[in-house]
Ligand binder design. Sequence first.
Ligand code: KG4
Ligand code: ZN
Length: 340
Amino acid sequence: SVAPVVLGVESSCDETGFGLVSEGVLLGQGLASSAAQHAEFGGVVPEIAARAHLDAAVPTLQIALQDAGVGLDEITHVAVTSGPGLATAVHVGLAAAKSIAWALDKPLYGVHHLAGHAAADTLEHGPLPAQSIVLIVSGGHTSILAVGDLVRDPIEHLGDTLDDAAGEAFDKVARLLGLGYPGGPAISRAAVGGDPTAYRFPRALLRGGDAPFTFSFSGLKTAVARTVERIQRAGEVVPVADIAASFEQAVVDVLVTKAMRAVHERGLSALVIVGGVAANRRLREAAQQRCDTDGIELRIPPISLCTDNGAMIAAVGDLLVRSGAEPSGLRIAADPSAVL
Ligand code: KG4
Ligand code: ZN
């Protein structure tokens, strides 16, 4: 039989992504973003995102096909994010994927967005280790997962955030520092040259106790806001670089501490970090240092595969196809608040 050529479609937030994957190999992809259209609102506006997905869908698919050197008629399977995500946004990608699968008469697979983030790493580093801890840090999620075979074994949730996601904290703090949206890259740029020890911001639940893998970032955001207000009231100039670096350090300390705790508690030897915040340089460096010290294999996808994209959804689709999973069918519904 011929190798599958799986088209992946992603539209859960502000990125419109199409990717083509065959037997674990990324053939090509196309990506469009409506981030600039949300900038003035300081966060993603669902209606604007949905409209932008509709405008971008066909041209971005064409870019992906061209990048892969694949014709529409060579696609053998279609995979699409069915959730979680913004309902209006997920619906557009789902409608596009259903249309393509129906027109080509090919099977359609619904994919969980977070499984997609985890699978992104396989496109760079090959199959995931037999057992690993996956730290997912994005705009909507902050989770520590125990993962075996991504599509065959159940994924075990060790902990989540009680309030804001890590990326959300970056976005909110960027907003209050006047740095714009998306906040992650803006904070990283602003933090260059800043002193990460200038401010001792709170590291919530760091010691664990009865919440060893649970996160909370809303107190950190409030602490940064109070600090900025205090400085402004005193009529002083806000030291943006120092605050950004100190904020980043607080987030990174908590993420790395808890992820490593999970690796050790489970007696595993591999940590995978994925999602938009995995693009963060301070996080990548701190995790690498800890893993080197502890003899743990660290896997983080290249930055272009950390943030939302269609290739990661195609990667899950490709794994599903090769594992012999049943397609979801054309009647699959969006599941905006899907849990793993
Ligand atoms: O995975 P993603 O593209 O979308 C979601 O599934 O949410 O993640 C987006 C999030 C945003 O909150 C953005 O600010 C954050 O990832 N992000 C970063 C960096 N690049 C993107 N956070 C910290 N440092 C970065 N370099
Ligand atoms: Zn995402």
